[in-house]
Design a protein around this ligand. Structure first.
Ligand code: ADP
Ligand code: MG
Length: 342
């Protein structure tokens, strides 16, 4: 108690004398990368000890691998795949991670009026094949898949931690939220290891905690509509935030002169045809990742009000119609500090 008291008094005295805290140890930048969820995951962090950097990043990657095993849509034995195998049956007990991701997903479905919907799985599969064959899905197959879409048929019971998929054949696809959610969890693991200046990127979904030493934020490049053609044209400074981009720049299929995105409009069952790039900043990765997908489906006119209504969220939407490019910025987007390149 006495020790504690003297610390406290010293703290006050130091504050009165204008003495700052002791200058901290020199922080070094460490960077690691691994492949999970068929994506390139990158961790950048600052710490004074290499051993801490190594053990913290190892633990963060282990957490990412654990989430991959639960949420993967490609691994037939993932927890998500097993759950889908029980569609049409009684409520199934699931792990805390899968339940949490589905609860966050359902909340975004409700907030976006169904634009974001993880029950699009059967339709996403048809479009995956369409991309491979460059052929529209057959109308009867599309109709069959569409009949299985609708988040109301995804029932969650938080007390029992069970999930029930009401219709046989339903398939969940968490590809629109999993990477952001996973980044959040990795940042949390790093914090538990004492690292509070870090960046975790799962492909284009990025979550950051405190900034690099001496900086106001992490410098994040904003890609133009077609990233393959141009380097980022501007940079923003972010701390304790997440950023995510949904766009048709990389994954789409062109059939009969129309370009269909890998993001599905749940109401039509078609890949979104608007040529758009949506970048969302939010307080956490799961929100940023799911919100960009929702806004992409809704389009700028209906999507921006959803961004404004989301605490701490901001968006930049670039839409190109024929040869004209339209730019939409949410209110908070204009308040984000600019930065120079990293
Ligand atoms: P990516 O970074 O992989 O482009 P996005 O956040 O843009 O991820 O989400 C796209 C993925 O989300 C698709 O590959 C698909 O798995 C899933 N998806 C497609 N349409 C929807 C939708 N309307 N709601 C929720 N998820 C969707
Ligand atoms: Mg997304």
């Amino acid at each position: 108690m006495v020790d504690h008291m003297s610390d406290w008094l010293f703290g006050i005295a130091a504050a009165l004398l204008g003495l700052g805290p002791k200058p901290g140890p020199t922080l070094t930048r460490f960077e690691y990368a691994e492949t999970h969820m068929s994506s390139h995951f990158r961790i950048v962090l600052y710490t004074d000890r290499e051993e801490t950097a190594r053990s913290a990043s190892r633990a963060a990657f282990a957490r990412i691998a654990e989430l991959d095993a639960a949420l993967s849509d490609y691994q037939p034995d993932s927890e998500l795949a097993r759950l889908c195998g029980q569609a049409g049956g009684p409520p199934a007990h699931v792990g805390a991670d899968l339940f949490d991701v589905l609860a966050r997903s359902r909340a975004m479905s409700e907030r976006s009026g169904g634009a974001f919907d993880v029950t699009v799985g059967p339709v996403v599969r048809l479009w995956r094949r369409a991309r491979r064959d460059r052929k529209m899905p057959a109308p009867e197959r599309l109709a069959g898949a569409r009949a299985l879409v609708g988040y109301e048929a995804l029932r969650l019971d938080p007390k029992a931690r069970t999930v029930r998929l009401l219709k046989p054949g339903m398939k969940l696809d968490v590809g629109g939220i999993a990477k952001g959610y996973t980044d959040d969890e990795a940042i949390r693991v790093l914090k538990r290891h004492g690292i509070d200046r870090a960046l975790v990127a799962g492909a284009g979904d990025i979550v950051v905690s405190g900034p690099p030493p001496g900086r106001d934020g992490w410098s994040i490049g904003i890609a133009s509509l077609e990233p393959s053609r141009a380097a980022p044209s501007r940079f923003i400074a972010l701390r304790d935030a997440a950023i995510s981009t949904a766009g048709d720049a990389e994954r789409y299929v062109e059939i009969d002169g129309r370009r269909y995105s890998h993001i599905i409009d749940p109401w039509t069952g078609l890949g979104v045809v608007d040529r758009c790039g949506v970048t969302v900043v939010a307080r956490d990765g799961a929100t940023a990742d799911s919100l960009d997908t929702a806004v992409y489906v809704l389009g700028p006119e209906r999507g921006l009000p959803l961004v404004e209504a989301t605490q701490g969220a901001a968006a930049l939407i670039i839409r190109s119609i024929d040869a004209t490019v339209q730019i939409f910025e949410s209110r908070r987007w204009r308040e984000i500090p600019q930065a120079g390149p990293e």
